[in-house]
Design a protein around this ligand. Structure first.
Ligand code: MV4
Length: 445
């Protein structure tokens, strides 16, 4: 087993990883920026190392500083959490070259799946349904036009190096395709240093459904069912739940099987999320793989009873998965609300500042993943997540009721938060009926 891990992240996920390590008897080294120097979770780590100023580029994204911290403190491995360096191939490669373990997939798997065209190719090979579209990279406008007319409008132009909604253009006709093709290429080049794009049929108002998978070095792979993450605003998820309310058991099984086939085809190791779009006819299409633990992983932990961070660490320690798929059960319904320091009344603009009053909800079926507390200052330098509020109940209706009362209990003053927005969504009759898709927020609010 790994005996000492550096946590290359901050906030609630740093605390989440430190907790898992403590329970496994693994020592931790926390790293922090000057903005986070007073964070209480730092005291829960065995050591804490300041890696620089508040600016991410000089701290949490600074590879030499993090590697130096790892060398000085003599850790066996680094857990990157999510965001920051979690999907940085260069960072994973440097860890490998320095003989430092990476709690995540092998560099090769990151590279393969980070290329969306390669990921699509792999999916086809594994007989996983992909969105109808180009075979590979679309080299020029003429090819894009030809393809769009074969597939039929609307189509979507996506960056090969993209993901999470960046560098995408939806196109409805030949005229707008001309401008959009080059715009997408330029945007991708600027954002990722890689301008290649591909084309897919645009699925209108799909659900976003993702499967949680875990694989070991021997090629064993298991899944922990799916999450429905359709409630998002401008590609920022707001509410996630498991199971997906639209899926019957048979379709759920087919979706999970497809995710497992893909992950095995990629020779994947450690935690992955396989993302799909689910259309109005409940047909699913693979879109991309996230090669990290995700923000919303607690939803899956609640319904399966499995600690996914511990699974990650055990697999990174070389453990073989002995758990049989049939022994991974799915119980009840879990919902997560992301509590961000944003003002819903002001177009969700950031609302940093000091929390002078903080009272977290509790009671049966309520989990709060946070590093926040009374007196904590939300810095403007980082993403605005303050807390994740997760509920677990027998039925979806009960989960919604518990979430509503927990949101009502939650006091975070005086900064503005997304609590009122989450409450509104949870009160919407279409949400209550489970009739949601990725356009829900834009259409209804
Ligand atoms: C799509 C799509 C419709 N059709 N691809 C956005 C983020 C990236 N992961 C993929 N995305 C989409 N790809 C096809 N062929 C619609 C989206 C999309 C979306 C996907 C998941 C969650 C929220 C979304 C919001 C808008 C668009």
């Amino acid at each position: 087993m790994l005996s000492r891990i550096l946590v290359a992240n901050r906030g609630e996920i740093a605390l989440r990883i430190i907790r898992a390590c403590r329970e496994l008897g693994i020592e931790t080294v926390a790293v922090y920026s000057e903005a986070d120097c007073s964070a209480p979770y730092l005291r829960l780590a065995d050591e804490a190392v300041c890696i620089g100023p508040a600016d991410c580029n000089q701290s949490y994204l600074n590879i030499p500083r993090i590697i130096s911290a790892a060398e000085i403190t003599n850790v066996d491995a680094i857990h990157p959490g999510y965001g920051f360096l979690a999907e940085n191939i260069n960072f994973a490669e440097i860890c490998r070259d320095c003989g430092i373990g990476f709690v995540g997939p092998p560099v090769e798997a990151m590279r393969l799946l980070g290329d969306k065209v390669e990921a699509r190719r792999l999916a086809r090979k594994a007989k996983v349904p992909v969105v109808p579209g180009s075979e590979g990279v679309v080299p020029n406008e003429a090819e894009a036009l030809k393809l769009a007319n074969q597939i039929g409008y609307p189509v979507i132009i996506k960056a090969v190096a993209g993901g999470g909604g960046r560098g995408m253009r939806v196109v409805h006709n030949d005229i707008s395709l001309r401008g959009a093709f080059n715009a997408a290429r330029m945007e991708a080049e600027a954002a990722f240093g890689e301008g290649s794009v591909y084309v897919e049929k645009f699925i209108v108002e799909p659900r976003h459904v993702e499967v949680q998978v875990m694989a070991d070095q021997e090629g064993n792979a298991i899944h922990f069912y799916e999450r429905d993450c359709s409630i998002q605003r401008r590609h920022q998820k707001m509410i996630e739940e498991s199971p997906c309310p639209a899926l019957e058991d048979r379709d759920r099984q087919r979706l999970a099987d497809a995710a497992i086939r893909l992950i095995k085809e990629a020779n994947y190791v450690n935690a992955a999320t396989v993302e799909f779009l689910l259309d109005k006819d409940k047909k699913f299409y693979f879109i991309e793989v996230n090669t990290r633990i995700q923000v919303e992983h607690p939803v899956t932990e609640m319904v399966t009873g499995h600690d996914l961070i511990k699974w990650q660490i055990k697999i990174a320690s070389g453990h073989t998965i002995r758990m049989r798929q049939k022994n991974i059960k799915h119980q009840g319904v879990a919902i997560e609300c992301r509590i961000n320091a944003e003002d819903p009344a002001n177009n969700f603009s950031p609302s940093p500042g000091t929390i002078t009053e903080y009272v977290a909800p509790g009671g049966l079926g309520v989990r709060v993943d946070t590093h926040a507390h009374q007196g904590w200052t939300v810095a403007p330098h980082y993403d605005s997540l303050i807390a994740k509020l997760i509920v677990h109940q027998k039925t979806r209706a009960e989960a919604i009721a518990t979430m509503r009362r927990a949101l009502q209990e939650f006091i975070i003053h005086p900064i503005k938060t997304t609590i009122p927005a989450c409450l509104e969504i949870l009160s919407h009759n279409l949400f209550v009926k489970g009739k949601i898709d990725t356009g829900f927020i834009e259409r209804n609010f």
